[in-house]
Design a protein around this ligand. Structure first.
Ligand code: BGC
Length: 754
């Protein structure tokens, strides 16, 4: 299909009609010209295609599909290739089901552990979230099915999600909330990007030309079409002008006609509509021309993949005395409602009709004989004394008690945020009581977001499965009994308590405004800066084997301006089992001039090592890895001078360090005004000469003899001078430093920076 030719034959009515949906899940086509209507549907951890009548609440069943672990777990794999495999599996089922675009992945940052949709998001760290999102997108699109990167942008809570305005400063946006989208767009090249419901600094994301045009298209080179979240279009005409291509779901004929009229009235340039319609046609034709009706896969093979993926995403948080892996001959009890029916996915638009769900109790049958007790009612908060007593009695007579606990569906979902970070009371009680009668307690946790863990010091082993998808039971058994070694690491910090979280005082905001007052200090950036203890740090996770790091080398520790830094490190498996290690690289800036996080993740690699094996891991760091967003330059900027490269097992287990010295970049210009201080002026190269010239002949001011101020008087004078704005001098030396002299100085100082 020749998109240009099709476009040239379309009427204005046909073109404007393309800019909103046909129905709940379909884009419009142009039947007259042979362009079919195609389906776009959820995502992102499995296909949710409603077979019958569509409805937003998903009341009508969708076709059976594979439910993979949700993004919160996927990110703990730190494995780009694995994410690509999940993406390909999603692409296959979309081809089979004739779905052109599968909505997702979500690249929003976890600002607060309370956000109801955290299970759908990757991380508190933008570098990790961006890499994971890009790999997911690439995987799906290798199968010629599109993705919809969402929810763009600053959508970090469910509370009042359709009306709230996220108030976020420029630097925080650029360094924390946007880079995951930027990486996903630049590397992944998603076919579509979905805007969020909320406003950003007062403007709806769906009407935000800064987000939709300037960032997405002009800066990041996005070529696909933009689409609103379902129901996020507040004003169709405004949104089309701002760069929104398709409003979903269907707006109806009246809205199409209104948009047409707006073009005729000259309120919307026809060119804008042509471009948007062209982008929609491009994607439809791309899908239609690459249709594969019989993709080579089965739900059975995808179930195996789901089990492998769940294994790779699980995080071993504790393993005192090497309690795990368990030995099949031991007298083992599996306790907890999630043993039989695991909590494996989240609630809301991403809910999948899973092809098959395997609980650990079912999976363990082929590996070991275990006894079972339910322990608690998964739908309730209060303990059931009978269930509790039965479980405690079983634990008492067992050698090892494995407790399957987690957050019930009712606690976390799309649509609302949690109000606390606690597990239900009945489960906490169960853990307490079992710990009293058994000294070998293993906890297996199912949750979409961190919970407070008052029992962490009491239990001997602790395996975090997140929402591990339909095959989570099998994967858990594989890990518990050592068929595989755990290899995930936390993609977010587990704080000790909710009150420690940086957004605690400003989440979810007041009324329709949420001010991101913690700025850059999200997740580990905050806990590190405050030197705070946490329950489990970002990047943390154990294995059944151990790793040693050696020989950190920096090839070019003093790189030229356009040169990348190459870092390598040798990692050895020093244990007796095969295992995988996630090698993490953080960059720390020692500069004091501008506030910067203590360290930031800028590289990671996951490697598999046989016992005794050593591998060399290589990282390339572009200048951007050392940069912050300068609000004076409106661009990335890396100060010259010293930086530290830190490589380790987690953000709080750094194994080796090396220094890097960056060459000077053109300094950030200072816009000199009467309010600029003398201290700031002196950082402008050449300013000393301008100052000397203009101040020549001026007598001392402000009290003359500094020694009269007592000891340290000289320093005090210098400090006072450093913090004095230019206009201040006019008050102290009005005869010598006139307004004319000041403005001449300002012009000269601004000129030398050009
Ligand atoms: C959600 C999106 C989803 C869409 C379609 C919205 O409510 O925010 O993530 O893709 O519905 O179901």
């Amino acid at each position: 299909m020749d998109v240009k030719a099709i476009l040239s034959q379309m009427t204005l009515e046909e073109k404007t009609a393309l800019l909103s949906g046909l129905n709940f899940w379909n884009l419009k086509g142009v039947e007259r010209l042979g362009v079919p209507s195609v389906m776009v549907t959820d995502g992102p951890h499995g296909l949710r295609k409603q077979a019958g009548e569509a409805d937003h609440l998903g009341l009508n069943a969708s076709v059976p599909a594979t439910a993979f672990p949700t993004a919160a777990g996927l990110a703990c794999s730190f494995d780009r290739e694995l994410l690509g495999q999940v993406g390909e599996a999603l692409g296959d089922i979309c081809q089979q089901e004739n779905v052109a675009v599968i909505l997702g992945p979500g690249a929003n940052i976890k600002r607060s552990p309370l956000c109801g949709r955290n299970f759908e998001y990757f991380s508190e760290d933008p570098f990790l979230a961006g890499e994971m999102a890009a790999a997911h997108i690439q995987g799906v699109q290798r199968k010629n099915v599109g993705t919809s990167l969402k929810h763009f942008a600053m959508n970090n809570q469910e509370h009042r999600r359709m009306s709230t305005s996220a108030v976020v400063d420029e630097r925080t946006q650029r360094e924390i909330y946007l880079p995951a989208f930027e990486t996903a767009v630049k590397k992944g090249k998603p076919w579509t990007v979905m805007c969020s419901y909320n406003k950003v600094n007062g403007t709806y994301a769906s009407e935000n030309a800064y987000l939709l045009r300037q960032l997405l298209r002009e800066e990041w080179g996005f070529e696909g079409f933009t689409v609103t979240d379902w129901g996020a279009c507040a004003d169709h005409v405004k949104s089309v002008i701002a760069g929104m291509d398709v409003a979903m779901p269907a707006l109806g004929p009246k809205a199409d006609a209104d948009l047409c009229q707006a073009v005729r009235d000259g309120r919307v340039p026809e060119e804008t509509v042509d471009e948007a319609a062209g982008r929609v046609l491009n994607i439809i034709t791309r899908f239609v021309e690459n249709r594969r009706k019989d993709p080579d896969f089965s739900l059975e093979t995808q179930d195996h993949l789901a089990r492998k993926v769940a294994r790779e995403t699980a995080v071993l948080l504790k393993n005192d005395g090497g309690l795990l892996p368990l030995r099949a001959g031991e007298k083992i009890a599996f306790i907890g409602a999630y043993t039989q029916t695991p909590r494996y996915q989240g609630g809301g638009s991403s809910r999948i009709n899973a092809y098959r769900v395997t609980g650990a109790l079912q999976a363990v049958a082929s590996v070991a004989k275990v006894a079972y007790a339910q322990g608690f009612d998964g739908a309730k908060d209060r303990p059931d004394e009978d269930l509790l007593a039965e479980a405690v009695s079983l634990a008492r007579e067992s050698e090892v008690a494995v407790l399957f606990i987690g957050l019930p569906d009712a606690f976390e979902s799309e649509g609302f945020d949690r109000s606390h970070m606690r597990l239900p009371e009945n489960q906490l009680r169960l853990i307490d009581e079992v710990c009293k009668v058994n000294g070998k307690v293993v906890v297996v946790l199912h949750n979409g977001s961190p919970v407070e863990l008052p029992f962490a010091d009491k239990v001997q082993a602790f395996l975090e499965m997140y929402l591990g998808g339909q095959a989570v039971g099998g994967a858990t058994v594989d890990l518990l009994f050592g068929a595989a070694s755990p290899s995930g690491k936390l993609a977010e910090t587990f704080p000790l308590r909710l009150e420690d979280n940086p957004s605690y005082l400003s989440f979810p905001g007041d009324g329709d405004e949420v001010v991101y007052s913690e700025g850059l200090y999200v997740g580990y950036r905050w806990y590190d800066a405050r030197r705070m203890p946490v329950r489990y740090p970002f990047g943390y996770g154990l294995s059944y084997t151990t790793f040693e790091y050696a020989n950190l080398r920096v090839k070019n520790a003093k790189p030229a301006l356009d040169e990348a830094v190459e870092v390598s490190v040798d990692v050895t498996n020093t244990g007796k089992r095969a295992g995988k290690e996630i090698v993490q690289l953080y960059v720390a800036s020692a500069h004091k001039g501008i506030s910067r996080p203590e360290q930031e993740l800028k590289g990671f690699e996951k490697i598999a090592l046989a016992p005794g094996e050593t591998k060399t891991v290589i990282f390339r760091l572009e200048r951007r890895a050392f940069s912050y967003w300068s609000t004076a330059k409106h661009d990335w900027y890396a100060e010259s001078g010293a930086y530290e490269i830190r490589v380790g097992e987690s953000s709080r287990d750094i194994r080796c360090r090396a220094a890097v010295e960056l060459a000077a970049e053109k300094p950030v210009p200072i816009c000199v005004t009467p309010d600029t201080t003398f201290g700031d002026l002196l950082s402008i190269p050449g300013s000393d000469q301008v100052l000397a010239q203009l101040l020549q002949g001026m007598a001392s001011f402000g009290g003359g003899d500094a020694s009269a101020m007592g000891e340290g008087g000289d320093d005090m004078m210098k400090a006072m001078m450093r913090y004095m704005p230019l206009h201040g001098l006019m008050s102290f030396a009005p005869d010598q430093f006139t307004a004319e002299a000041m403005h001449a100085m300002i012009d000269a100082l601004n000129a030398i920076q050009k």
